[in-house]
Design a protein around this ligand. Sequence first.
Ligand code: AP5
Length: 207
Amino acid sequence: MNIIFLGPPGAGKGTQAQLLTKELGIPQISTGDMLRKAMREGTKTGLEAKRYVESGGLVPDEVVIAIVKERLAEDDCKNGYMLDGFPRTVFQAEELAKFAKIDVAVDLDLPDEVIVERLSGRRVCPNCNATYHVSQLGGSTVCKNCGAELIQRKDDSEETIRNRLKVYTEQTAPLIDYYRRQGILRTVDCQGTVEENFALVKRALEA
Ligand code: AP5
């Protein structure tokens, strides 16, 4: 099954995709994770992406489309994959349709005020990309999977979160109608716990 996770920043796309990877055995393809890795490694893509990612704007379409196209051609995508954070514009969706067949688009829905609280408390592992909220860590500052020191993403400051929400509303939210028109949209209300939301996501995929 080829799945897209849609939804505003902080809705839980990465959290749910990581759980689903364990359950379905198909890879999570996060353009945000790929861009941050390229930035850490100082590659040409990373240098090009840096100013957009750190300000909460969108990296140019041609850059992200190229990295997704290359990634989907890898062997581990043959039996399905989950796209997390891509597409993010109607143009990206139209280009994706030229090289991939998407079965379902799951839209994770969450009000803005909850988003700001979730993102400002997020901590991530720079080594294995595991995601936590400070409320789950009990004061610990290390990753439960690999022991690396957790970090706060630069774009998780309140000002940048507000910009990301604006960019989402203007450029990404139109994808909800785009996939609804194709008859493959499933909407999940993500105000519950991680486990409650995971049950709703699985139910949406079975529908
Ligand atoms: P990206 O990394 O994709 O960021 P995003 O879309 O803003 O999404 P997030 O990763 O912030 O949130 P999420 O929905 O995955 O939530 P999470 O599970 O972490 O992109 C970053 C940047 O890269 C973009 O701004 C852009 O510049 C660039 N980019 C990426 N893709 C691009 C593209 N296609 N085109 C152009 N540019 C692109 O959860 C958030 C927090 O909430 C965590 O702390 C988590 O532990 C917690 N949490 C999750 N679920 C729950 C719950 N049920 N209850 C309580 N806490 C919860």
